[in-house]
Design a protein around this ligand. Structure first.
Ligand code: NAD
Length: 314
């Protein structure tokens, strides 16, 4: 049977790139982009788009009925920093949005569901260096709490109902096509735009804040590789640790100065995102993803920085 794919939350930082990658592989008409926001030119003109709110069960039901998707990617969520500004909405969207999709996937016998988790599932008592797949997890943001609960629901639906649901704990994702959606790692995108515009940037995270990151090209490739892996290679039905490269604002600035020699980096004080960053891992052990389905990142810091500037300068 030919794949019919629905992407919910298609207009965000990840969806914008995932939809176009999926359309290249599966055909434009077979990938239906869905969001509550009006789509940008690329998504609207390269295939079908539907206005869908993942919290409205009837609309969702009619979309499943209309398209009978074989694969569903659920990307709609409130991210870490935005979630702290509206914790109840973050919980509602991140939790009930997921449960709505898991239930419909059972009803309509959807072959595969993809739902991303995050490094935000870890907390202040999780090991910071090379954070393992299994360890203490005590997230202290509503975003992290909702992602950890979501992971447990995914595993539950797999075990109870046999649903083929797959997930990755994304680190901070760096990209140039769409604006980031309000996460704690957004500084690592803003810095490139400001470096080009002003030659300087005031970082809301301090100089030594090391966090796991990944270039979007790797994240999209990894996501599609996970979804294409044979089911018997997927031993983790909550969510896989997944990482590219770890760095601090200070280290990123050194790399940026290879392109903009007089780039100046300053730091702002008392940003609430610093506290979130302090509770997250510095680096991630993703050996299970590597051994189960062959995950391997391609972009290091130098390649990522060069590619960001090449594309933003266009
Ligand atoms: P984003 O905020 O850029 O995009 C989310 C999209 O969902 C937006 O287009 C928004 O309009 C849409 N949306 C919001 N509420 C909706 C609703 N009720 N119904 C339908 N659509 C709705 O987020 P993103 O960065 O693309 O992240 C996608 C997923 O990946 C999220 O689950 C996020 O937690 C996860 N993730 C992202 C990162 C990252 O660095 N970007 C890191 C870890 C995990």
């Amino acid at each position: 049977m030919a794949e019919k794919i629905i992407v919910l939350g298609s207009n965000g930082q990840i969806g914008t790139e995932l939809v176009s990658a999926l359309r290249k592989t599966y055909g434009e008409d077979n990938v239906i982009a869905c969001d509550i926001r009006r789509p940008d030119y690329d998504i609207k003109n390269s295939g079908p788009f539907e206005f869908v709110n993942v919290l409205e069960k009837e609309t969702l039901n009619s979309i499943f009925k209309k398209y009978k998707p074989t694969h569903v990617y659920l990307l709609a969520a409130l991210l870490s920093a935005t979630g702290e500004q509206n914790p109840k909405l973050a919980w509602d969207l991140n939790m009930n949005g997921l449960l709505n999709i898991l239930d419909l996937a059972i009803t309509y016998r959807t072959a595969k569901v993809y739902w991303p988790s995050s490094i935000a599932v870890f907390g202040p008592n999780s090991p910071k260096d090379n954070t393992p797949q299994f360890c203490v997890m005590d997230p202290n943001t509503v975003y992290g709490i909702s992602k950890l609960a979501g992971e447990r629901w995914c595993e539950y639906y797999h075990q109870k109902f046999g649903l083929d649901v797959r997930s990755i704990r994304y680190p901070g994702l760096i990209s140039w096509k769409a604006a980031p959606g309000g996460g704690t790692t957004d500084y690592a995108i803003h810095i490139f735009h400001e470096a080009l515009k002003r030659g300087s940037y005031a970082s809301f995270l301090n100089a030594g804040t090391e966090l796991p990151m990944m270039y979007m090209d790797d994240a999209i490739r990894g996501t599609i590789e996970l979804m294409n892996a044979p089911a018997n290679r997927i031993s983790m039905r909550s969510s896989y640790n997944f990482t590219g490269v770890s760095f601090t604002p200070e280290i990123l600035a050194v790399e940026i100065r290879k392109h903009i020699t007089d780039f100046r980096l300053t730091y702002t004080d008392n940003d609430p995102r610093q506290l979130i960053a302090n509770s997250w891992p510095k680096s991630i052990d993703d050996s299970l993803a590597r051994s189960d389905w062959g995950w391997k990142p391609e972009f290091d810091l130098t390649q990522m920085t060069a590619d960001m500037f090449k594309n933003l300068q266009k």
